[in-house]
Design a protein around this ligand. Structure first.
Ligand code: NSP
Length: 221
């Protein structure tokens, strides 16, 4: 068993909380109020702008061309395929691209992106992978779990589910898992504990992100 699998077995309660969050379940049932999805889509776009930069840092920290290429592929896929889905949704909601790009991050979005950027900038490749993995893997697992749900045929949510249950998204996630398992096979127990904590924190932020969208979180003042 690779180290990634060991981690998600250890923190199964957080993994399940992510999969089973009401926001996710209601997308699957096709019952999520559109207003919550609109809020999510805007915050997610803001999130993805910083998230894409982590892959750019992955390119920077790579020590071989093959790894550089893969990070560049995921960067490209995030900026084009994933974010263009958000741009399409924005157009349906009559939100201009400019409004989308300049939207203010909510507290949880800001905290999460700052966490990812800080880990990616101060750590090495292993830390960067530990921070990114829950984001990709969590969405891939959610996509697969909803692939045959009523939401998959929903006029609004169907495309979202199709994106994250696609074989392209799975292939990129699989590469990230393998890279993480390869790098952690050579790490000490102390390093592995640190990587587990990073993974765990990022996954907790994933759960908080759903909750933020479900509650349509706002700054107090
Ligand atoms: C918050 C969040 N985490 C992960 C993903 C998947 N790239 C996303 N779109 N948004």
């Amino acid at each position: 068993m690779g180290f990634s699998q060991e981690i998600i077995t250890d923190i199964d309660n957080i993994w399940q909380a992510n999969l089973k969050h009401p926001f996710v379940q209601e997308i699957g049932a096709g019952t999520l109020p559109v207003q919550k999805f609109k809020y999510y889509m805007i915050q997610d776009y803001v999130y993805l702008i910083d998230y894409a930069k982590i892959f750019a840092l992955g390119v920077l920290k790579s020590t071989d061309l093959q790894t550089m290429t893969q990070f560049a592929n995921i960067l490209q896929s995030t900026l084009t395929e994933e974010m263009s889905l958000h741009r399409q949704y924005a157009a349906q909601f009559n939100i201009s691209e400019e409004t989308l790009t300049s939207a203010e991050p909510a507290p949880t979005t800001l905290a999460y992106t700052n966490y990812l950027l800080s880990v990616a900038q101060t750590g090495g490749q292993a830390e960067l992978l530990a921070a990114l993995l829950p984001c990709m893997w969590g969405y891939e697992a959610i996509g697969k779990s909803l692939a045959h749900s009523p939401g998959a045929k929903h006029a609004l949510y169907g495309e979202w589910i199709a994106m994250y249950s696609s074989s392209d998204f799975s292939a990129l996630t699989e590469w990230l898992i393998q890279e993480f398992d390869k790098i952690t096979a050579q790490q000490t127990n102390m390093q592995r504990t640190n990587l587990t904590n990073i993974f765990k924190n990022a996954l907790r932020y994933e759960v908080l992100f759903w909750e933020m969208a479900y509650q349509e979180e706002k700054w107090l003042v």
